[in-house]
Each structure stands twice: as structure tokens, then as C-alpha cells.
Design a protein around this ligand. Structure first.
Ligand SMILES: Cc1cc2nc3c(=O)[nH]c(=O)nc-3n(C[C@H](O)[C@H](O)[C@H](O)COP(=O)(O)OP(=O)(O)OC[C@H]3O[C@@H](n4cnc5c(N)ncnc54)[C@H](O)[C@@H]3O)c2cc1C
Length: 453
């Protein structure tokens, strides 16, 4: 089969790239390993025509790209449930709180807010398009966020709180990530405060009908271009064209856009081989670890007790919880994120034991009724062969300054998309959209100029 452009991966990034290319009159073939579209967005049916999200779900102010695309395909947003009192488990104490910030004592609060402000200020010195060019890039990429926290934050409670925030936002531990990477992501997501917050922040809204609907609606506009269930194994190029070899499918094209997560991209064989910088980049980009649990109850019974369903915990295994009920409030759904170190430890247990530990957390916060959900759904993304971890890939120390310049550099006729290659909202659905559009524009420019880079 022959076409102008092959897109590998029918997640949001690949689908948006394909849409832009089709709009520009290009022939397109989207080759997807799974038998569904949406990648890291996935809806689960909970009956009565309602769904809940197993993958990415939240959106908020400043995420204009995903909201624009959602609007264009007729998917609206609704507010995440936040009314009521939130809970925080911190260093052996459970606190109830409401308003902007949890009360953790004046010294700890001050230490946390100072650190947040300092990180936001440092982040403004980092251009997310070229983090390796920041004046202090070498220093910041030579250390971890944890090392910086130990140096700058005297309060242990404040450090624990920031660790909880980092786990919740990026599903990683502060001692494994480059300080420069965190600053890049903070700038790309406006500010740490915006990344962390629900109201006025990145968790403010959800998509009606579930986020996967956006991918499904995009896919509906290109039925003839989609090839589902064909894992791409090999991409071979010469001076004239590129051939994409997938299971039971071979497509020849002028150019290819690869829109898959970094750890999965490592498994595709490239001929000629990728340049050394990009090989190193992929080999050293791990992905976060997340198990996302959704416990379904007849009603959101915790609301009657004045609780919002929102919890942050350093004890775990659930590190963050939300009321994830559908817009109408029935059934009641508790969402529990098990992330970072807690997720890696939970993943070593049998599935039934994992679930029990999660329900035990819910019972600790919302009473024994939590132990009897009518259904429990789980997204175990590290165990998904076509994802291998989430929410996204991240950079340990040294990576941005050594190999960052290779992140978006095309390899001959092969271009790179996916939320990890974004320069705004890196690792988010919004980033997936802008990365897909950027890669499509690169291809269109090359096609127009007849360029082989
Ligand atoms: C549990 C969880 C919670 C999240 N929470 C949020 C959130 O609240 N808000 C937010 O904005 N983002 C969130 N994210 C992140 C967000 O979902 C992702 O950044 C975004 O969806 C990534 O889109 P993508 O197209 O770049 O990659 P993907 O969605 O991973 O798409 C890649 C596609 O490529 C396919 N593929 C892989 N390998 C091959 C191959 N060899 N051949 C063919 N196809 C292949 C995959 O099957 C997949 O369909 C979350 C993610 C998860 C998993």
C-alpha cells in the first residue's frame, strides 16, 4: 500500500496530526497497534450510557489546544466535583481542609509556599522549547528535585507535601527526576500552583462522555485512513521513500510521523538506525508509574458527610483521590491514584491484594461502606504493552543537557510527535495535541519544499 504520510499511533497526538495532514490534502494512513483509538485516554462503560475515564481525564485553564479540538468535535467540559471538605494525611495526621491551601502549620506552610514561588521563578528562566540553553541548565540538570528540596526547604512536612504534589502531578519521585526537567514542565504548564490545583488548575474540568470521546470523534472523521490492530515493528527509509512494516501490513510513504510513548518507541527498529543522540534519549527516558483505581458505588455517599472525596496522602498506597462521579452525580465514583514508589510496590502484589489495599484507603477516609463497591475498575498502565507507564516519559538528571536537542529533530523522513515532545503542557493531553500539530506542520513544510532533512 502507498500513501503520502504514515502516522504511527492513534492516540490524540497521532490523530490530530493525521487530521491536519488530511485537511491539507495529503494522503494519510494511521497505523495503530491496539484495536482501539485514544492511547492513554480510555473510557470504561459503567452502565446507563455513562462512562468513567481509566486514563487521562482532567483539563484546566490554559489548556487551549485540547479544549479547542474537543470543541471542534463536539465534546464539552464539566467541572470536577470539589465542594465539601478535603482530607490530607500527612506524617501520621489526618487533617480536614477547604479553601486554597491545606493547613499544615505556619512554618511548614511558609516553607512550602516559598519553595513553590522559587520553583515558579526559576521555571521562568527555562524556555520549554530549549531547556538545555537556560543560563543555569548545567547546574539544574546535574541535580534532582529532591536534592534541591533538601537544600532549600527546612521543614520536613513541607518537603513531604511537595513530594506528594510531584507524585500526583507527574507520577514520579523527586529523587529520580532532573530539577531542570521539573522546571521545564512547570513553565510548560504555566506554574506549579496551576499544575497542582483543582479549581483554577489543571484538574478543574473533565470531558463530558469521557476524554476518549475526543479521539473517537477524530477517528470517525477518517475511517478509511485508520488501520487498527497492526503493531509497527520496523521503519526503513532510503533517499526516496520510507516503508513502515507492521504486523500484516506494509505501507510506503514520503514521510512518517511516530506518535508513540518513548519507552514503546525503543522497540521499533529503524533502518538506518536513529542518530546516537536520539537513541540515548529514548534509552534513558523512563515513564512514570501509575495505577488508577475507580470504585463505583450506588451514590456519592461521602457528599452527605460534607466530604468532597478529594484526598492527598503520604501514607498510600493511594496518594491522591477524587470524587469522579459523572456530571449527574450518579453513580458515585471514587478515583484513587497510586503513583510513583507506591505504585511500584503495589505492582509486586497479586491483583486482588492490590485492590484490597486501595479499598482499605477509601475505607480509612470514607468509612466501611467504601469496602463494598458495586464494581472496581483499574488502569494499570505500566502493564500495558503499548504504553509501558504513565502519565508520561520524564527526564532523569543529565538528559536534557546531553541529548535534549534530539527530542524533536527529524530522522530523515521520520518526524516525532507524542505528548513527551510538546513544548506546552508536556505529558498532558494538551501537549499531545500541540505536538501532533507541530509534527504535521513539519511534514507539510518538507512536502512543500521537497526537502529531505
Ligand atoms: C492514568 C493516566 C492519567 C492521566 N491523567 C491526565 C490528565 O488528567 N490530564 C491530561 O491532560 N493528561 C493526563 N494523562 C496523560 C495523557 O493521557 C497523555 O499525555 C496523552 O493522552 C498522550 O497522547 P499521545 O497521543 O501522545 O500518546 P498515547 O495516548 O500513548 O498514544 C500512542 C498510541 O500509539 C500506539 N502505539 C504504541 N506503539 C505502537 C506501535 N509500535 N505501532 C503502532 N501503534 C503503536 C498506542 O497503542 C497508542 O494508541 C494521563 C495518562 C494516564 C495514563
Amino acid at each position: 500500500m502507498k500513501t503520502d504520510v504514515v502516522v504511527v499511533g492513534a492516540g490524540l497526538s497521532g490523530l490530530v496530526a493525521a487530521r491536519r495532514l488530511l485537511q491539507a490534502g495529503q494522503g494519510v494512513c494511521v497505523v495503530e497497534a491496539r484495536d482501539r483509538v485514544g492511547g492513554r485516554t480510555l473510557n470504561a462503560d459503567i452502565g446507563d450510557g455513562q462512562v468513567v475515564e481509566i486514563g487521562g481525564q482532567f483539563t484546566g485553564p490554559g489548556q487551549d489546544a485540547i479544549q479547542r479540538v474537543a470543541g471542534e468535535v463536539g465534546v464539552a467540559t464539566f467541572a470536577t466535583h470539589t465542594s465539601g471538605t478535603h482530607l490530607m494525611e500527612l506524617r501520621g495526621r489526618t487533617r480536614r481542609w477547604s479553601g486554597a491551601n491545606p493547613r499544615i502549620g505556619p512554618a511548614a506552610s511558609l516553607s512550602y509556599l516559598r519553595a513553590q514561588r522559587e520553583l515558579d521563578r526559576m521555571a521562568r528562566e527555562v524556555d520549554p522549547r530549549t531547556p538545555w540553553q537556560a543560563a543555569r541548565a548545567a547546574d539544574w540538570d546535574g541535580t534532582t528535585l529532591d536534592a534541591w528540596m533538601r537544600q532549600r526547604m527546612r521543614s520536613e512536612s513541607a518537603r513531604t507535601l511537595l513530594t506528594m504534589a510531584v507524585r500526583a502531578v507527574w507520577s514520579i519521585e523527586p529523587d529520580e527526576v532532573s530539577l531542570l526537567h521539573i522546571l521545564t514542565c512547570i513553565n510548560a504548564g504555566h506554574s506549579l500552583e496551576r499544575l497542582v490545583r483543582t479549581r483554577d488548575g489543571a484538574q478543574q474540568d473533565r470531558f463530558v462522555g469521557g476524554s476518549q470521546r475526543i479521539a473517537e470523534e477524530l477517528a470517525r472523521t477518517m475511517p478509511d485512513q485508520l488501520r487498527l490492530g497492526h503493531p509497527v515493528r520496523r521503519i526503513v527509509q532510503d533517499g526516496h521513500h520510507v516503508v513502515v512494516r507492521a504486523d500484516r501490513l506494509e505501507v510506503q510513504a514520503d514521510r512518517v510521523i511516530v506518535a508513540v510513548p518513548p519507552m514503546v518507541c525503543r522497540d521499533i527498529e529503524f533502518e538506518p538506525a536513529m542518530p546516537v543522540g536520539r537513541q540515548q534519549l529514548l534509552a534513558r527516558t523512563p515513564q512514570g508509574t501509575t495505577l488508577k483505581y475507580l470504585a463505583v458505588y450506588d451514590e456519592p455517599y461521602w457528599r452527605a458527610a460534607g466530604l468532597s472525596g478529594q484526598v492527598a496522602s503520604d501514607r498510600g498506597p493511594v496518594g491522591a483521590a477524587f470524587d469522579n462521579s459523572p456530571p449527574g452525580g450518579r453513580p458515585g465514583i471514587l478515583l484513587g491514584f497510586v503513583v510513583g514508589r507506591h505504585a511500584r510496590s503495589l505492582l509486586t502484589l497479586p491483583v486482588a491484594e492490590r485492590e484490597q489495599q486501595v479499598l482499605d484507603c477509601f475505607a480509612r477516609w470514607f468509612g466501611d461502606r467504601a469496602l463494598s463497591p458495586r464494581e472496581v475498575l483499574v488502569g494499570s498502565w505500566t502493564e500495558e504493552v503499548w504504553t509501558k507507564g504513565c502519565y508520561a516519559g520524564f527526564h532523569p538528571p543529565g538528559l536534557w543537557t546531553s541529548f535534549g536537542a534530539c527530542l524533536r529533530q527529524p530522522h530523515g523522513r521520520v518526524h516525532w510527535a507524542g505528548s513527551e515532545t510538546a513544548t506546552r503542557w508536556i505529558g498532558f493531553m494538551d501537549g499531545a495535541v500541540t505536538a501532533g500539530e507541530r509534527a504535521a506542520d513539519e511534514v507539510l513544510t518538507c512536502q512543500a519544499q521537497g526537502v529531505l532533512r
